[in-house]
Design a protein around this ligand. Structure first.
Ligand code: AHR
Length: 494
């Protein structure tokens, strides 16, 4: 018996906000220096930008990128990173015990964002920073001129405002590890006052409030409720962060993690509803999952006061790629409340791209992200999936297949995203388009392999890549496939 997947174009969850395909670049390790910017690399041009990395990022296609941190943000004074490079101070970065040259800063990030084709999402320092400094950055970036900080930008060679729309009110302020960590009510009040000043400078901006740094935080979800109650009408999004691990080396459970990811969203969605009701507000706040990824193998976070140290350069394998694929399906299945998400991070630091001075490699997780970005368009569908279950030590019985789907009414294109969680068995599946055949055939792409631990390396860069399986004929409005074990399949039709 085949598993069954049924798509009904009228059974819509919500429009897919393209900003769920975002990324994150922090001044940490070799993300910026030796990652996207490396004047010492033989591959870089005059501007120090690595063209191969830029090309790979463009191919990956993040729609919005969060910058400059991360924990780094909570000790960062943005004025250190603007103006003539020769006058920028080198400073100690207390978040990662590193030295920050400030050779790359806000304006360089804006230039890079333009070239890469993504929208910038800037953070303001709510740790050691003041609310005035936060407002000054909005003026520097978004005001036309005729006042101090706007004129400062003009004097730095940027006559036109950068027009940054999305701003984060700090980073992980619930975490005791954060520079200048605050209790929820203290943070709420500081964030609210910063938000007021930032909006006075530019009323068109949208703001992201720090939510919990993870589902395991002892203050979750009380932190979120408290901060939201204080800031509700001033903010547009609540952030959530989560890093997945397979510390137990239990692949069966690891591949069934999505239940926990959905529970995280569902709890916060309930918190949003509660606070909206309690504050008697007509205003809505949505979720921004602005740090998410697998991270557990490389925990090196001490830079020993050097510049661009090798920090958390996680190497990703096939099972990680399958977790990333399912995580993105969670984004589609929760698209009614989740409007932004940022893969943390993009280059070298827990990233889909790893660089050396003379080359780069696309890690396994690069490929599922790229497939979702390319094919998940329009609206997310509430898919019917009938599949057998399997036993896991951590989560009990879990469905063998993890499925999401999208339909773009404008182009008529639909896409189905399926992970077969089985480690041994292939699974026959029948996909039915209930509104009629989307054409004579569908195009199939697949990431698969026999070994969950196989990774892409400089020596073997293509161990896990997307295979283009070409067109597969439909039988009326149905398509039959056999999904290999440990696989991610994308079916694109119409
Ligand atoms: O992405 C690495 C770090 O993880 C970020 O700086 C921080 O926000 C999170 O704890």
């Amino acid at each position: 018996m085949s598993s069954k997947i049924k798509l009904d174009y009228e059974r819509v969850i919500a429009p897919i906000d393209p900003r769920i395909f975002g990324g994150f670049l922090e001044h940490m390790g070799r993300a910026i220096y030796e990652g996207i910017y490396d004047p010492a690399s033989p591959l870089s041009g005059q501007d120090g930008i690595r063209p191969d990395v830029l090309a790979a990022l463009k191919e990956l296609g993040p729609t919005i990128v969060r910058y400059p941190g991360g924990n780094f943000l909570s000790g960062y004074h943005w004025q250190d990173g603007v103006g003539p490079r020769s006058q920028r101070p080198s400073r100690r970065d207390l978040a990662w015990s590193s030295v920050e040259s400030n050779h790359f800063g806000t304006n360089e990030f804006m230039d890079y964002s333009k070239r890469a084709g993504w929208q910038p999402m800037l953070g303001v320092n709510m740790g050691t920073g003041t609310i005035e400094e936060a407002g000054a950055l909005v003026e520097y970036c978004n005001a036309k001129g005729g006042s101090h900080y706007a004129d400062l930008r003009v004097s730095h060679g940027y006559a036109q405002p950068h027009g940054v729309k999305t701003w984060c009110l700090g980073n992980e302020m619930d975490g005791p590890w954060q520079i200048g960590h605050l209790e929820a009510d203290e943070y709420g009040r500081k964030a609210r006052e910063a938000a007021k000043i930032m909006r006075w400078h530019d009323p068109s901006i949208e703001l992201v409030l720090c939510g919990s740094s993870g589902i395991a935080m002892p203050t979750f979800p009380e932190w979120d409720r408290t901060a939201l109650e204080i800031c509700w009408d001033q903010v547009n999004y609540l952030s959530m962060h989560f890093y997945a691990n397979n510390n137990a080396n239990d692949t069966a459970s690891y591949l069934a993690l999505t239940g926990q990811l959905e529970a995280f969203v569902d709890t916060l969605e309930g918190t949003l509803r509660y606070v909206k009701a309690k504050t008697r507000s007509k205003h809505d706040v949505f979720l921004s999952w602005d740090e998410w990824n697998v991270w557990y193998k490389n925990m090196e976070m001490n830079g020993n006061w050097t510049q661009a140290p090798h920090l958390i350069e996680e190497v990703y394998n096939l099972e990680d790629a399958l977790v990333v694929a399912q995580w993105m399906s969670v984004f589609l299945r929760r698209s009614q409340v989740l409007k932004m998400a940022c893969l943390a991070q993009l280059v070298n630091v827990i990233a889909p791209i790893l660089t050396r001075r003379d080359g780069m490699v696309k890690q396994t997780i690069y490929y599922p992200f790229q497939l979702f970005r390319r094919f998940a368009k329009g609206a997310a569908l509430d898919v019917l999936c009938q599949a057998p279950t399997y036993e896991t030590a951590q989560f009990g019985a879990a469905p063998l297949l993890d499925v999401s789907a999208s339909y773009d009414a404008e182009s008529g294109a639909s896409a189905v995203f399926i992970v077969n969680r089985s480690q041994q068995e292939s699974e026959p599946v029948e996909i039915e388009w209930q509104n009629g055949a989307p054409g004579k055939s569908a195009h199939v792409y697949q990431i698969a392999g026999g070994d969950p631990k196989v990774a892409n390396t400089f020596e073997q860069p293509n161990a896990v890549v997307t295979a283009d399986l070409g067109e597969v004929a439909l039988d009326g409005k149905k398509l039959s496939l056999r999904l290999p074990p440990l696989s991610f399949t994308v079916v694109s039709a119409g």
